[in-house]
Ligand binder design. Sequence first.
Ligand code: C2E
Ligand code: CA
Ligand code: CA
Length: 433
Amino acid sequence: MDTLTGIAGRVDFLSALDSEIREHKQKDATLAVALLDIKGFRTINSAYGYDIADRILQQVAERLQSVKRQQDIAGRIGVDEFGLVLLNLKSPHLAELAANKLVTSLDGITLDDAHPLDVRIHIGIALFPEHGDTSDALLLQADRALHSARETYQLYKTADDSHQAEISSSLLVRELERAINKSELELYFQPKVDLKKQRLLGAEALVRWHNSERGYISPEEFIPLAEENGLIFPLTLWILNTALRQGVEIRQLWPDFRMAVNLSASTLAEVELIELVMRALRTWDTEPDKLMIEVTESAVMKNPEASIETLHGLRELGVILSIDDFGTGYSSFGYLKKLPVHELKIDQSFVRGMASDVNDGRIVQTMINLGENFELSVIAEGIEDEQTLYQLMSMGCHHGQGYYIGKPMNRRKFLNWIDESEWTRPALAEPAE
Ligand code: C2E
Ligand code: CA
Ligand code: CA
């Protein structure tokens, strides 16, 4: 038994599966193995700590227990991987129905207000005898289906039926289209601060999609989908306008507030974008330097010539530009010289590793120096603890962003944060230079 969750552990689960396979062979009956994986569990672990992560595992196990039929077998077979054996299936389709029920019951596990995260899962299914007749073969097929579900933005998938993938992903595209029109989307705001003056600068707008049936869908899932399906323009239009509109409200509390918006690769290569930005700035009566646009190195590199031209156009408008995820791409100094940007944003993978890995610390220091040589301001993202914050301050990093300073918050929470945060109060003492 697994001590954390109280359900079967890996060994018991596998031996129960083996003996059920033998029985079902004799009865000439069908069974299904479902593998269930928690999306981004590692991020949950590193962002919220082991205690919270453990509580999530316990809750997943509880829901699994309460959704399954009594005869079915549930087990925890990896750190964040659960298995379910569905016995005596009358029809193979019932496995997908069960998966659907599971997904619905697991969607939106939340802990409490302090930890407003939504748990999302993927399920891969394999059937005995259709996809294999040993536990190893079935687990392998279920695992493949699980990976493919993840890649095609499906919540669950049965082994070997690629046709289903297309249907479901086009369904998601239609839902996204509706979401843009119905405004199921929402912007969250994460503070960006000046580490030298210890003062709020602005915030990054991060889009959120709450789908009524599927629950929370990560931007990392639907932004690429929108890019591939021609929805990125309407989506970007909505994001820009919403961000600027809310910026007007925020500036009543914090007058020099600057709103940062992310732009994806395909919009960056469109000259039309400049017109779109100009119109949005006019609509919301916003000074161009109160808007920052973040683009990743890799987005620029997808189509360097067109992107650099767009960036020049935006810079001429007076918009502030930032290179996101800096250090993860492969841009050469040659390109860096050509990019008309104001800010380098050091990727969070280096920042989060700083406290424990001296090499990450050295890389961060090198990037700060690089920024100074190119006369660019440097912001570190992914600051998760006090130690990293102070380390960055002493390294001379200009700006910062991360969970330790403030998590992405909805509009209301962000306004409260401005009211209450120490980053919006005059510093007691200037930090040592
Ligand atoms: P990004 O632009 O690199 O955004 C930073 C991501 O890191 C955000 O995830 C944020 O919640 C997370 N983060 C911030 N501070 C910390 C920290 O201290 N620790 C950890 N572990 N994570 C931190 P999110 O909101 O899920 O966004 C993921 C990606 O989705 C973004 O990466 C961006 O590429 C894309 N995205 C989000 N919103 C938009 C948007 O409005 N438009 C476009 N084009 N892309 C967006
Ligand atoms: Ca960003
Ligand atoms: Ca980033």
